[in-house]
Ligand binder design. Structure first.
Ligand code: TYD
Length: 236
């Protein structure tokens, strides 16, 4: 047996950090586990990531954006996720198809039925066994992200200047991308979209309050993952 766990949540909810802790824990406990993320996770998907998140592409059509996320996902599923699951491993993925439903569906107003078809085409219908949703009020999450962006700017300005190299721009920052820059109402629609999906499928989703101590949340996630581990063979 294998296990496919995805992490979802509004911007700045800390899911990437939590996913890393969970991966370290599972690895130390002897489980075969990989952590990947969307968009990204393979050289091709990373190239698509740079394109789709780059702040300079203000004219990008919602349909283009949707198909780029789907393309990055198709590559990640085919190259990494499915092969690892077939080996009986645990795959942790920081965002997956629910991000498309939340952002391009609820956020940008793309038709949800069409998004489901595109997603099925891109993933061959691969669904997570469980999805952890780290919830945080939108404004609070965006504030956390703005702070990360400002810290990034400060640290890149402190570096010794090399005049022939262009200074990094916010659009090149991992911490503030084209989608973060969307208005607050967009992020509210995204969060409400997640809450609607969760209400409709409580079997798969597990919701956590992300506005708590980092260690406490990690402990909660470790406890939540335990019941799924019984079918996974450890490496030793
Ligand atoms: P990232 O820097 O990875 O943000 P986060 O730390 O919040 O995960 O940027 C990914 C962005 O892409 C994020 O704003 C959510 C968005 N996104 C979509 O709009 N649709 C998708 O299908 C995926 C996977 C991500």
């Amino acid at each position: 047996m294998s296990l496919f766990i995805t992490f979802e949540g509004p911007e700045g909810s800390g899911k990437s950090t939590q996913a890393r802790y969970l991966k370290d824990y599972l690895q130390q406990a002897g489980y075969p586990v990989i952590l990947t993320r969307e968009p990204g996770g393979t050289p091709i998907s990373d190239a698509v990531r740079r394109l789709v998140l780059d702040g300079q592409w203000t004219a990008m059509e919602p349909t283009t954006e949707t198909l780029l996320f789907a393309a990055a996902r198709a590559q990640l599923v085919g190259e990494v996720i499915l092969p690892y699951l077939k080996l009986g491993g645990i795959v942790l993925c920081d965002r997956y198809a629910d991000s498309t439903f939340a952002h391009q569906g609820y956020g940008l107003g793309r038709n949800l039925t069409e998004l489901r078809e595109i997603t099925r085409f891109a993933t061959g219908g691969l669904q997570p066994d469980v999805t952890f949703f780290l919830d945080l009020p939108v404004e609070q999450g965006l504030q956390r992200k703005r702070k990360q962006r400002d810290d990034f700017r400060e640290s890149s300005q402190l570096a010794l200047p090399l005049p022939h190299l262009p200074q990094p721009t916010p659009s090149q920052s991992e911490h503030w991308n084209r989608l973060d820059a969307r208005e607050i109402a967009y992020h509210e629609r995204v969060r409400n979209g997640y809450l609607e999906m969760i209400a409709a499928d409580q079997q798969r989703w597990q919701v956590f309050d992300a506005d708590i101590e980092r260690e406490t949340l990690t402990a909660q996630l470790l406890a939540a993952v335990q019941p799924y581990l019984s079918t996974i063979k450890t490496l030793s």
